[in-house]
Design a protein around this ligand. Sequence first.
Ligand SMILES: NC(=O)c1ccc[n+]([C@@H]2O[C@H](COP(=O)([O-])OP(=O)(O)OC[C@H]3O[C@@H](n4cnc5c(N)ncnc54)[C@H](O)[C@@H]3O)[C@@H](O)[C@H]2O)c1
Length: 314
Amino acid sequence: MRYLVTGGAGFIGSAICHRLAAEGRDVIVLDNFSTGDPKRLDAIRDAVTLIEGDIRDRETVDRAMRGVDTVFHEAALPSVARSVEDPLTSNDVNVSGTLTVLESARRAGVRRLVYAASSSVYGDTPSLPKREDMPPSPRSPYAIGKLAGERYAEAYFRLFGLETVSLRYFNVFGPRQDPRSHYAAVVPRFIAAALAGAPATIYGDGFQSRDFTFVENVVDANLRAAEAPGAPGNVFNIAGGRRHTLLDLLAMIAAALGRDAPLPPVHEPDRPGDVRHSLADIAAARATLGYEPAIDLRAGIRKTVDWYRREAGR
Ligand SMILES: NC(=O)c1ccc[n+]([C@@H]2O[C@H](COP(=O)([O-])OP(=O)(O)OC[C@H]3O[C@@H](n4cnc5c(N)ncnc54)[C@H](O)[C@@H]3O)[C@@H](O)[C@H]2O)c1
């Protein structure tokens, strides 16, 4: 059985590739290396066929899709801030690119496509935890694009029988996440600052909260979503199922580094489009996918800190 991972040189896509390669699967990666890095696949280079190309390019996508049974569609420009600065490119990659992948998958007779959706579609509505049947309220071009991708995926199931499953990831973190970009997520930024002995930058007061999800739990969810009988045509929250403030997170990172307390953070103004609190109800993923967030935040932070330390030591 052949698997295509779009965005396979990215943080989450590469984690899926590592797992598939460890299971001896036939893996194709399609990535244009815009935010990704092929070095993430170095250790499994012999087990993966790498195609450098853009998901908006129909011919390239068709070539990557040949003989594929299952697609994990991870490629996107994955940043709220970037989408606020450049909504046209965000829409082009995240919406038109997703539609191009779906259309190619349909024509190639792919069995199932698992789509990387996002918790950002819930927006800043006050009710917590977020359940999949709540009305979405996307607040940024990124969130609107991710929701459009879900809706296209669902339509391709209803119209053409392509088995699509959307997984709404909540704040994923773990090894191989890039701390350097201006758009970097909070966990790698905080860890990089702590390792450098520098204060972390927090946008806002630090009491905003997130449901952080360790990347290996996300990989599990993807593999389950690729097989679970009741999954096609549906949307599932994938998260840890608990919420923590950014200040809690800082303290946890300090503890993982064996320090008593973190350095006091530097506060900057809130970023437009960011939501205040986020927490997932993961009952649907438990019931239909058999998903369980096996690695909790504390254990995930320890594994992640160890990985960054090892990388820094190279
Ligand atoms: N990281 C999170 O917390 C999170 C949360 C919710 C949803 N997601 C979604 O998960 C997916 C993976 O995110 P990530 O954190 O691994 O990001 P990432 O930036 O590390 O990975 C995205 C990958 O897509 C590739 N890519 C971008 N544009 C492309 C294009 N036009 N053609 C081909 N490849 C292209 C990039 O080079 C990169 O390798 C994205 O779809 C993102 O929206 C991530």
